[in-house]
Design a protein around this ligand. Sequence first.
Ligand code: MRU
Length: 348
Amino acid sequence: MFTTVDWRENTVVMLDQTLLPRRVVYRRLRSWQAVADAIKRLIIRGAPAIGVAGAMGVALGAVRLKRKDPDGFKRELKKIIRGLARTRPTAVNLFWALERMERIIDGHTGSTDSLKERLVEEALKIKKEDIEINQRIGSYGARLIKKNFTILTHCNAGGLATAGYGTALGVIRRAHREGKNIRVIVDETRPVLQGARLTMWELMKEGIPATLITDNMAGHMMQKGMVDCVIVGADRIAVNGDVANKIGTYTLATLARAHRLPFYVAAPTSTIDINISSGQEIPIEERPPAEVTHIQGVRIAPKGAEAKNPAFDVTPARLVTAIITERGVLRPPFKKTIRELFREARNR
Ligand code: MRU
């Protein structure tokens, strides 16, 4: 396997995903600003992975701070959290992880050194939990996969997008390991090609049969009966079950419905934003137009061509067959099943 992100000798080490699959390069980051920059530039990407990186960014900022007065130290940490929160707006896991770190800061009463230790500990805990959560998502999700299924996936919701194992790819990994003889169709996922570059890399490394297609081939494949279900990850889920995920997901969900195919979303419960009642409230990141006019730095459109680049779209809940979480599979009506899930967690 590979390590997506790690904490080593008071630095954050991450696999540079902008260089995959051509080069496997690990970057060692020594400041929280470098972590923020890595999130912005997609060196690390994918909702849960951004959350882990954000938490490690806070820990890194803390261990580098020289101040000894606890109040001033905490004020500096809050600035760091605000800086990390300004990197990418859509994946709620980032804000969820930063809030978790902030709660440690607010609740701490000891020395600045002991707070540093607590923050490192919490960031490592978030990472460890994420891997366990993905494994649970994998085992719930694999029950939905029948023998000989061909599964279409979009973007990368794998080990690279998480602390390890993956959400949508976690389900695929588990079904493969259970000997279900599955095959995966991978959307290339323009503009940044997370499917072609990252999902294909992960699947091929593990010997899971996979076929790459360009995004506009999905409808044809479904029409020809070559797809049994779609599984994707999510960046933010509203309490009514609307799902924000990589641009193109909504198109796929619409196609899946037109062909009566199940459309599954695999995500940890930390991706559910209980403060948002519908997908319309989810902020959609606009990325540089150059990602559309260029592929891997090579211009493909005429010089000066205007382009738009929304990085995510929202799939309405009515197109989602089920949401696979670490606490079980949620079915419609999502307003009710999501509310019940959170009520159950509060009563525990
Ligand atoms: O822009 P990215 O690469 O960060 O977008 C990633 C996705 O859209 C993933 O599908 C999502 O974060 C789920 S990852 C488990």
